[in-house]
Design a protein around this ligand. Sequence first.
Ligand code: AMP
Length: 223
Amino acid sequence: MSCRVIVLLGPPGAGKGTQAKRLANKLDYAHVSTGDILRDAVRRDTELGKKVGQIMAAGELVPDQLMSQVVQESLSRQQSRGVILDGFPRTVNQADYLDQVLGNKKICAVNIEVEEEQLVKRLTGRRSCSGCGRIYNVFFSPPGREGICDQCGSPLIQRPDDRDEVVRERLRVYRNQTEPVIRYYQQQEAYSSLDGSREIDSVFGDLYRIVTNQACDQASPHP
Ligand code: AMP
């Protein structure tokens, strides 16, 4: 691994996935989402999927050892100039592990902050089209006809871990196990935070400025 690594931090529902995709496109970096990797394994019913399905449905964290393997495999396959990590690290152990894998290379970490009340609405209201994948929110951007995609007419579905009681558990797990990771990166040079409660474009503007500014850019390896 000789490429640059940007870590996006923030609670579930902060918009890490949305911002990571845009940033990866703009910088021509790879987007590594551990949640997406795990969901794909569950869908394909692989060995990994069998191990993590129930844990994810309950809103708990997959054990560190298993996650470290998943990330190590994914990073070792990357050929790009840079990687955006979305959803990893989620525990201090995982952050330690990442430091070990990357050697003395610095990481640029950006924390996307959103208040809990808004997170609950974003997550419990989120629906996706079972046909074309378009994302809706029943509170902020509902479809014209309830439960039906405006674009292709297919039924809308809810991620099992976006149900109310699971969302509350995910946020509890975040406070207990993932917030310490923010303190871990705060002690390092290339750490920033931004207000993720605004429009997607404004958040992206800030994020882009941060990752291309000097402190963060110096976290990239020099040839
Ligand atoms: P996400 O899509 O990032 O919200 O992740 C969905 C679920 O996948 C989480 O609630 C966890 O169960 C699991 N997961 C994803 N990334 C990690 C990680 N780094 N460590 C432990 N569990 C994870």
